[in-house]
Design a protein around this ligand. Structure first.
Ligand SMILES: [Zn+2]
Length: 301
């Protein structure tokens, strides 16, 4: 059932923390004094209104008229651009970051000049990411990126192109189990790196073909990045991008279109790696998100 965004918010602050009570009012009913008039925008969040840190969030919007160009969904400063889908609804892709504060979060639909068209609230749940220590050799530890390497990764992360290539279900890039999950707090030789694992590691042997998780266009095809090793970055459109690193060999060229399941390269141990495996990651609206939310892969036993 659709829910309109004509509602009354009553913010209740109590000693135990912040609680938000939402009282929904049907259109036309007398509204309380705190009422905020809103047009009939209907927002639906996927996977829902309770999301763990590190989750990709699809904001579906039923708008009463065409949205102005460059309308965005905004959560805590990060933005996902709205695109009209074949079914007439708008969708924006965003990520709930790993370090998002657990509790109630505000989501706004904003025009380019900052006008708020609609507001929704959702709950961020603590994902309780664990720690993981990795033993790294001195040589590996001192690896520095090539000039332009980090810039290329950053450009992939925030890449937003208008044509949507991706759809569900997606496929895991290899057939192997997962031996390091997304989000774990990374320690190197017992020392906290102040960083977290921005993708998942699959325990894949040297030479295993790596598949594209969804249709897309090759944005990075770098056989010899120093830190990331052999790297492929795919643009799946409308703010979804994926990255595959430590490859022994690439099977695609920059600008090439790929289909879901197509081989894009082969597993290796290049760059900052302690042995053959595939590290791959997903960026949603510029935020690293947990691939496991969309592509379930068994943990290695
Ligand atoms: Zn990894």
């Amino acid at each position: 059932m659709k829910r309109t965004l004509s509602f009354v918010f009553l913010s209740v602050f109590c000693l135990a923390g912040m609680m938000l009570a939402m009282a929904f009012s049907e259109k036309g009913e007398p509204m309380a004094q705190q009422a905020v008039e809103k047009a009939d925008y209907t927002i639906t969040l996927s996977p829902g209104t309770k999301v763990k840190q590190g989750t990709p969030l699809i904001v579906k919007l039923d708008a009463p008229q065409d949205l102005p160009e460059n309308a965005h969904a905004v959560i805590n400063g990060s933005k996902g651009k709205f695109f009209k889908q074949d079914n007439g609804l708008y969708e924006a892709l965003l990520g709930v970051s790993v370090d998002a504060q657990p509790g109630v979060q505000k989501l706004e639909v904003k025009t380019a000049d900052g006008k708020v068209l609609a507001t929704e609230y959702f709950q961020v749940l603590d994902a309780q990411f664990k720690r993981q220590n990795i033993t790294v050799s001195k040589g590996t530890k001192g690896l520095q990126p090539l000039p332009g390497e980090m810039e290329a990764i950053q450009a992939l992360k925030v890449n937003v192109t208008p044509v949507r290539h991706w759809d569900m279900p997606m496929v895991s890039p290899t057939i192997d189990c997962q031996n390091s999950p997304f989000g774990v707090k990374r320690y190197h030789n017992g020392v906290y790196t102040k960083d977290y694992h921005k993708g998942v590691d699959l325990r894949s042997p040297q030479g295993r073909p790596i598949r594209a998780i969804a249709d897309g266009v090759v944005k990075i095809a770098a056989p010899q990045f120093r830190l990331h090793g052999g790297t492929v970055g795919l643009d799946h459109g409308q703010g979804l991008n994926s990255i595959y690193i430590h490859m022994s060999k690439l099977a695609v060229k920059q600008g090439q279109k790929v289909q879901k399941g197509e081989t894009i390269g082969y597993v290796g141990s290049t760059g900052f790696a302690t042995g053959p495996h595939l590290h791959w990651g997903l960026y949603a609206g510029g935020i690293p998100v947990n691939p496991d939310e969309w592509i379930k892969v068994q943990r290695c036993s």
